[in-house]
Design a protein around this ligand. Structure first.
Ligand SMILES: NC(=O)c1ccc[n+]([C@@H]2O[C@H](COP(=O)([O-])OP(=O)(O)OC[C@H]3O[C@@H](n4cnc5c(N)ncnc54)[C@H](OP(=O)(O)O)[C@@H]3O)[C@@H](O)[C@H]2O)c1
Length: 329
């Protein structure tokens, strides 16, 4: 496993981090025993960065992570694992509308209470990184939630402060970086969605902001394993994400990418991760991992040779501006 600077922080994160959404829920059946084994294997393979959230199974993902870290400490392992979690806005429209008020959706009392719950669920006395789970450009001129988080940082409850981009307007966090409000940004960047390379990633480098890349596999389709006939369980959010003709269209795009990879030596999952890691602004990419086999496959990618400029150039042609699929069809 290779390690990279996390923005301007005094911390080097593993190139491959552990995306812990699916182990929390909303991805069909998932046994905790599989999740625990996957977490242990990833940490054994050098992962030192885990991304989770309050919303991943209402604390289930955080609880499993806390359990694994305690088990490893009890086994005498001396390792420094960095856990990033997220606080969502108080209940209401998701993502917040321009008419929502930051003082209501991320009120101080609410933030304090939610962060106390994160600490309890993880079994930690300090959060390494607290990310606001989403944002709206409307709050950029007076980002009061970050002022509150800086206060909580002074009180020692949180280490670093970050934000996860709203899918509909990822560039809305650029002003937050320039204003010095965030230590890290979590962003969707993959072979289909290359838009962050236009500006967001460069600004992060200029401002010393750590970049956590999510959804490198576009929720699995960029692993190349789906066909137009693939069916998702009713309780797998991908039944909505890939609804209607979307799966068929996405699979057709991945088939074209497979042709580019012929003779490259990379499988599709490997290429999807190496593509992301080729950008120097990226600190860590956090593929969702739900089994030991996926931990093995994804962690191994870090030590593969870097992607050649010629192949990168070919993959740049697969940028796909298709709109945002998260709200369903
Ligand atoms: N708003 C936000 O802040 C936000 C939103 C989304 C995600 N995230 C974070 O980003 C992480 C990554 O995104 P994601 O999990 O949504 O999607 P992803 O990384 O694009 O896809 C992950 C899924 O791909 C499959 N997979 C993983 N490794 C594979 C491999 N080597 N070969 C074949 N299949 C493989 C697994 O599902 P199957 O085995 O079931 O196919 C896995 O759950 C999340 O876990 C979460 O931590 C944050």
């Amino acid at each position: 496993m290779q390690y990279r600077p996390f923005g301007k922080q005094n911390f080097r994160c593993s190139e491959i981090g552990f995306g812990a959404w699916a182990i929390g829920g909303a991805w069909g059946a998932q046994a905790d025993s599989d999740s625990l084994a996957a977490l242990h294997r990833a940490l054994d393979l050098g992962v030192n960065f885990i991304d989770t959230a309050a919303g991943y199974g209402n604390g289930r993902s955080e609880r499993l992570i806390g359990q694994v870290l305690r088990e490893r400490a009890a086994a005498g392992k001396k390792e420094n694992v960095f856990v990033a979690t997220k606080t969502p806005p108080a209940p209401g429209i998701w993502p917040p509308s321009p008419y929502c008020r930051a003082e209501v959706r991320y009120a101080e009392d609410y933030l304090r209470e939610n962060i106390a719950t994160r600490l309890a669920t993880l079994g930690a006395d300090r959060l390494d990184l607290l990310q606001l789970h989403t944002w709206t450009r409307a709050w950029n001129r007076n980002p009061t939630p970050f002022k509150i988080l800086r206060q909580l940082q002074h009180e020692g409850l949180i280490g670093l402060i970050g934000v996860s981009t709203p899918e509909f307007d990822q560039n809305s966090v650029i002003d937050l970086m320039r204003g010095g409000w965030v230590d890290s940004v979590q962003v969707i960047y993959n072979i289909f969605d290359q838009e962050p390379a236009a500006e967001l990633l460069q600004v992060a480098q200029e401002c010393g902001v750590g970049i956590i890349v999510r959804v490198a596999f576009d929720e699995g389709v960029l692993t190349g394993k789906f066909t137009p006939e693939t069916k998702f369980a009713a309780d797998d959010f991908r039944a909505l994400y890939f609804a209607g003709d979307r799966l068929e269209r996405a699979v057709a795009h991945t088939e074209a990418i497979k042709l580019e990879l012929a003779d490259s030596g990379y499988s599709m999952p490997q290429a999807a991760l190496k593509f992301v890691l080729a950008h120097p602004a990226v600190s860590t990419v956090i593929p969702g991992i739900r089994t030991v086999a996926q931990a093995d496959a994804n962690c191994g990618v870090s030590d593969l040779p870097a992607m050649s400029p010629a192949l990168l150039q070919k993959l740049h042609r697969h940028n796909w501006r298709r709109g945002v699929w998260y709200g369903g069809k």
